[in-house]
Design a binder for this molecule. Structure first.
Ligand SMILES: [Zn+2]
Length: 283
C-alpha cells in the first residue's frame, strides 16, 4: 500500500530507488553514444501547435520527443481538440514519450493538494493514455509564476528537493528534471541523475541555440532543449522557421557523426565515455 500522506525522506528514497531500478532495466541500462554528444527535445503541453506543427518535424527527422503532460488541462485552448487516442497513437508508434507535468499545473501547498497534483496525475495519465502505462518514469516540475509547491520552487537546490513536494516527486518517479545550477551541459556517463536543467527555446535566437549545441558537441556532453509549443510564432517568440533551422542544425551534425539524437528519457542514460580496453575485453 503506497502511503498517501507526507513522505519521510527514507520512504521517498526507497520509492525513488525502486522506480529507478525499473527504469534502468526497461531501457537496458546505459546507452552508448559512441563517444558523441547527445541532444534531446522536450515539449511542454501546447498540444494543438505540437500536433500541427512540431511533432511532424520531429517525426520526419526520426527524433523521439517528450511531452510534459497535464491530464486535467485538455480543455485549455492550447490543448483543446487533440484527442487522447491521437496522443496515445504517438506514444505507441514511438514518436512521443510522456512525462508527468502534474495534474493541472496549479500552484498548491497542502499535503492533500500536492498529492492530487503530483501523484494522482500518474493514474489519470495512464487512464487517458494507455500506452504510457508503466512508462511514466519522469516528473517535469511545472513552472508556476508566484507559486512554488511550498518551498520546492524550481528544484534547483538540495533544500528544494527535501521539501514535501520534492520527496513526493522522488517517491513516485524514477527521474525528475529541475534546475540544478551548472547542469545544462550534462555529463554523459550513463549515471541517471535528478534535477538536471534544460535550455528553453521560446525566446532564444537560433544563433544562441546553435552555439549551445556546438558547445556540447565539442565537450561530448548532453543538451536537453525544451519549448512551449503554445508560444510558437507569438510576438517575440520563436517562429516555426527558427525551429526548423535549429532542427536542421541538429540533423546536419548527426549526419556528420558528431552527435546523436535521443529521447529525454534516453538522454538520462547516455554514456559518451569511450570505453577503455579493459571494458571491451571479453568476459
Ligand atoms: Zn508547463
Amino acid at each position: 500500500m503506497v502511503p498517501t500522506g507526507a513522505y519521510d525522506a527514507a520512504t521517498a528514497a526507497i520509492g525513488h530507488e525502486i522506480h529507478r531500478t525499473a527504469f534502468v532495466h526497461a531501457f537496458g541500462g546505459a546507452i552508448d553514444t559512441g563517444g558523441l554528444a547527445a541532444v534531446a527535445l522536450r515539449f511542454d503541453h501546447g498540444l494543438v501547435n505540437f500536433a500541427e506543427h512540431l511533432l511532424p518535424l520531429a517525426v520526419d527527422r526520426g527524433i523521439t520527443v517528450s511531452q510534459a503532460y497535464n491530464p486535467r488541462n485538455g480543455d485549455l485552448k492550447e490543448n483543446r481538440g487533440v484527442l487522447h487516442s491521437e496522443i496515445d497513437d504517438w506514444i505507441r508508434q514511438g514518436h512521443v514519450e510522456i512525462w508527468n507535468h502534474s495534474s493541472s499545473h496549479r500552484g498548491v501547498t497542502t499535503t492533500a493538494d500536492l498529492h492530487d497534483e503530483i501523484v494522482a496525475a500518474i493514474g489519470e495519465i495512464g487512464e487517458q493514455l494507455p500506452s504510457a502505462q508503466g512508462k511514466l518514469w519522469g516528473f517535469n516540475p511545472p513552472g508556476i509564476p508566484g507559486e512554488d509547491y511550498a518551498g520546492f520552487d524550481k528544484g534547483s537546490t538540495p533544500e528544494n528537493w527535501m521539501t514535501e513536494a520534492g520527496r513526493m516527486i522522488l517517491a513516485h518517479h524514477a527521474v525528475a528534471s529541475g534546475h540544478v545550477a551548472g547542469t545544462s551541459q550534462r555529463i554523459l556517463d550513463g549515471q541517471v541523475r535528478d534535477g538536471l536543467a534544460h535550455v528553453t527555446l521560446d525566446t532564444r535566437s537560433v544563433d544562441e541555440i546553435c552555439r549551445r549545441i556546438d558547445a556540447v558537441v565539442r565537450k561530448r556532453r548532453g543538451l536537453q532543449l525544451m519549448m512551449h509549443p503554445s508560444r510558437l510564432g507569438m510576438d517575440g517568440k520563436i517562429t516555426l522557421d527558427e525551429v526548423i533551422a535549429i532542427l536542421d542544425h541538429i540533423v546536419e551534425l548527426r549526419d556528420q557523426g558528431r552527435l546523436v539524437t535521443l529521447s529525454p528519457y534516453e538522454l538520462l542514460l547516455a554514456n559518451a565515455q569511450v570505453p577503455t580496453s579493459a571494458d571491451t575485453s571479453p568476459r
